[in-house]
Design a protein around this ligand. Structure first.
Ligand SMILES: Cc1ncc(COP(=O)(O)O)c(C=O)c1O
Length: 431
């Protein structure tokens, strides 16, 4: 099997690239060294009695893409734009200044203060610095929120289609995950049935809300958020609000409606956010939580035994990114251009259901009659040189769809969308 060198595509995803190489080598004939061929690997994992969660189907397509030369990869949730220069400079300066020792577990005071000011300016209610906890990524924030609120055997409600990590993080804690499928509308949009949510919440430990949503772009209105908050209050359910796409909105507003517009410091609400998306800082692993006042110290204790704070130089970079308001505005314009290009390329494909999303940076494309999105995504890689995520990666409600990330440079987007259009026509035998 031909395998590209990791460096060639490492710009985007070095970890997946390395895994792809390992897998490709393990699968190559005669490469089954010391029993570590790919099939044997799984058997060994089982024999070791490890806790297992379902693997990511996005990574499955990604591995194939990395092992296939020349593929345009739109399958992952990140942009091809570099992080803000100010952030990169601040990181280097912080290291040069010796900021390499253990940090304050709650986050460096300057970053916490800047986040509180930033969020207070963006949303309807002020946010006290004491409620800010810096975390090593948005994913870490969600994991810590679950660790603090959910015990083994308890129920966690999650709407779908959903980015798979949140449900898997809940499963890892021994929770029973209950699905609330969003209702697909004929125009390709989605809506949440709040009556169904009301039916699921009694007795649940937590509801994980992701608005703006990956993959659909569904974004709750302020009224819907108020109704959701009301239901969670009524049933004593923790509301974990994953708002990592909050600033990537295309209606000219500052940010999507947020629990920070509504909930007070006494509510059982944890808002999770990240530097990954707004500032194109996916590799920095930097995020934050806004906590109820009374939970802050307890959750800091959980952070202590989770990752014990975040690299201070990464936090210095985050602080500089926050100050660089021009970057965030430019990045949003970059995504808006990608969104236009995706919409133009998909227009006129009569087997496609697609509505440009109000927020986030994904096109979630419904394909008439599609029942095997993973198979189609793999054929698009191998036969047409374009990698998109299969809808089934986002749960059964995502089957019949493909997802692509349009936060890419226009030339790449155009090339990738040409391939996707041609590939869909050829693979589906449609016009
Ligand atoms: C819905 C959602 N939540 C959280 C995250 C986590 O982001 P990060 O861990 O990079 O901060 C992602 C990343 O793709 C996401 O799509």
């Amino acid at each position: 099997m031909k395998v590209q060198r990791a460096e060639t595509f490492g710009h985007f995803h070095p970890r997946q690239a390395a895994m792809a190489q390992a897998q490709a080598q393990a699968q190559a004939p005669g490469s089954c060294r010391a029993g570590f061929c790919f099939r044997g690997w799984h058997a060994l994992t089982r024999a070791m009695n490890l806790v297992r969660i379902p693997g990511s189907r996005i990574v499955e397509v990604g591995r194939l893409a990395f092992a296939t030369p020349g593929v345009e990869i739109l399958a992952f949730g990140e942009s091809d734009q570099p992080s803000p220069l100010a952030a990169r400079d601040a990181l280097v300066a912080a290291i040069d200044a010796g900021q390499t020792t253990y940090p304050d577990v709650r986050g460096i005071p300057a970053l916490r203060a800047a986040l509180a000011a930033y969020l207070g300016a963006q949303h309807a209610r002020p946010v006290a610095v004491s409620r800010i906890q810096v975390t090593a990524s948005g994913m870490a924030a969600i994991g810590i929120a679950l660790a603090a609120t959910v015990r083994a055997g308890q129920r966690v409600v999650l709407h779908s289609p959903a980015w798979p990590n949140c449900g898997n993080a809940a499963r890892l804690r021994g929770a029973v995950v209950e699905d609330l499928p969003l209702d697909p509308l004929p125009d390709g949009r989605f809506r949440m049935d709040l009556d169904r949510l009301a039916g699921l919440l009694p007795g649940a430990a937590a509801f994980i809300l992701n608005s703006p949503n990956n993959p659909t772009g569904w974004t709750a209105s302020l009224d819907e958020l108020a109704a959701i908050l009301d239901l969670c209050r009524r049933h004593g359910v923790w509301l974990i609000s994953d708002e990592v796409y909050s600033t990537l909105v295309y209606d000219g507003g500052k940010a999507a409606p947020s629990l920070l517009d509504l909930a007070g410091p006494e509510d059982r609400v944890i808002v999770c956010n990240s530097f990954s998306k707004t500032w194109a800082m996916t590799g920095w692993r930097l995020g934050w939580m806004v906590l109820p006042e009374a939970a802050a110290e307890t959750i800091a204790d959980i952070v202590e035994v989770t990752h014990s704070g975040v690299a201070p130089f990464a936090q210095a970079g985050g602080l500089a990114a926050l100050a660089d308001t021009g970057f965030a505005a430019g990045f949003r314009a970059h995504c808006a251009r990608g969104r236009d290009l995706a919409g133009a390329a998909l227009a006129g494909l009569n087997f496609v259901r697609y509505a440009p999303p109000d927020a986030a940076f994904y096109a979630f494309i419904g394909i008439d009659g599609l029942t095997d999105s993973l198979g189609l995504a793999k054929r698009l890689v191998v036969n047409h040189g374009v990698a998109v995520a299969p809808g089934v990666a986002f749960g059964p409600a995502g089957e019949g769809h493909l997802r692509l990330c349009f936060a890419q440079a226009p030339e790449r987007m155009e090339r990738a969308m040409d391939r996707l259009r041609a590939g869909l026509r050829a693979e589906l035998g449609a016009g």
